[in-house]
Design a protein around this ligand. Structure first.
Ligand code: IPM
Ligand code: MG
Length: 359
């Protein structure tokens, strides 16, 4: 059966990087991948046309798609929109919530060719392979009540950090199952020394552990986890955490790999429908210059093939093509180092497509 793929380029560098990633999808089609590719507006690009970041038409298309490939949303142009509900980021959060994409997988893998590009010593990061499992549709991002209001003559801002047992359990299962397929080590990150919601988080993880006796579960406070990530990152295999801690730790983990421009992600719901996006943002400062790194988005296509389309062979083929291009010394500016050749976004796309075809 032909599956639907929706491409949402979004804002900033989004259109440039999704254009390159789409070429890989088309190359997969030529090798038998049975998909129909459509596109849509999200974020600031949608706001400019429809006055809202997640138009009904985009949501309909997203619901019907097996896989969504997203570039990035947001930028200074829209930072002054007063109504927070109309900001580009709300478009992204809306798709996550409406499709129930609670399971966010963010692999931080240091390609040996890029160990030099990390801000950490190469020996600390060479061979690094961490999977961050971030809860994506709950926690403080979505908790009610929230707002800014007048209290006792001054303005007060407030949010609610809330998780139900069932929400913790379902992300916990994703993480335990992920650990079973890897090195069988799971570190749950919380702030159980201060926050009740994460005391519950820890309890639920403990309870689940008895169902996965082959997985070694440990716990770490989030402040310590941030420190350990830059002190000795290779101690981690799978990390599971809530929405906000996961947002922060995954950016830190990204830099270990050399550049945030290398990190793909998958956001999945219970039926395996998923949205795939680079972990980096819309980088408005370099938008339109043909210098952005398209590799995180290209690697996101590989994740889509693996997790939503059940095409592991094509996924590996893309990953190998990326490795080959790095072996050949091609780099976009963000990962350039001495002795490498700096290329544009489109030239990087050309090289990956060519390496994909050659295999
Ligand atoms: C991410 C981003 C988003 C988030 C923003 C753009 C809303 O930082 O995907 O990590 O905070 O989840
Ligand atoms: Mg983030």
């Amino acid at each position: 059966m032909t599956q639907k793929i929706l491409v949402l380029p979004g804002d900033g560098i989004g259109p440039e990087i999704t254009a390159q990633a789409s070429r890989i999808l088309v190359a997969c089609q030529a090798r038998g991948l049975d998909v129909e590719i459509d596109d849509g507006l999200l974020g600031g690009a949608a706001y400019d046309v429809h006055g809202e970041p997640l138009p009904a038409e985009t949501l309909e298309k997203a619901k019907a798609a097996r896989g969504i490939l997203l570039g990035a949303v947001g930028g200074p142009k829209w930072d002054t929109i007063e109504d927070l509900a109309k900001r580009p980021e709300k478009g992204l959060l809306g798709v996550r919530k409406q499709l129930g994409l609670f399971g966010n997988l963010r692999p931080a893998i240091t390609y040996p060719q890029l160990a030099q590009a990390s801000s950490l010593k190469p020996e600390l990061v060479a061979g690094l392979d961490i999977m961050i499992v971030r809860e994506l549709t709950g926690g403080i991002y979505f908790g009610q009540p929230r707002g800014i209001e007048e209290r006792d003559g001054e303005r007060v801002g407030f949010n609610t950090y809330v998780y139900s047992e069932s929400e913790i359990e379902r992300i916990g299962r994703v993480a335990f199952e992920m650990a079973q397929k890897r090195d069988k080590k799971l570190c749950s990150v919380d702030k159980a020394n201060v926050l009740e919601v994460t005391i519950l988080w820890r309890e639920v993880m403990e309870r689940l552990a008895s169902e996965y006796p082959d997985v070694e579960l440990s716990h770490m406070y989030v402040d310590n986890a941030a420190m350990q990530l830059v002190r000795a990152p290779k101690q981690f295999d799978v990390v599971v955490t809530g929405n906000m801690f996961g947002d922060i730790l995954s950016d830190a983990a990204a830099m270990l790999t050399g550049s945030i421009g290398m990190l793909p992600s998958a956001s999945l719901n219970e039926s395996g429908q998923g949205m795939y996006e680079p972990c980096h943002g819309s980088a408005p400062d370099i938008a339109g210059q043909n210098v952005a790194n398209p590799l995180a988005t290209i690697l996101s296509v590989a994740m889509m093939l693996r997790y939503s389309l059940n095409e592991p062979a094509l996924a590996s083929r893309i990953e190998k093509a990326v490795g080959k291009v790095l072996d050949d010394g091609l780099r976009t500016a963000d990962i350039a180092s001495q002795g490498t050749r700096t290329v544009s976004t489109t030239a990087m796309g050309d090289a990956v497509v060519a390496a994909f075809e050659r295999q």
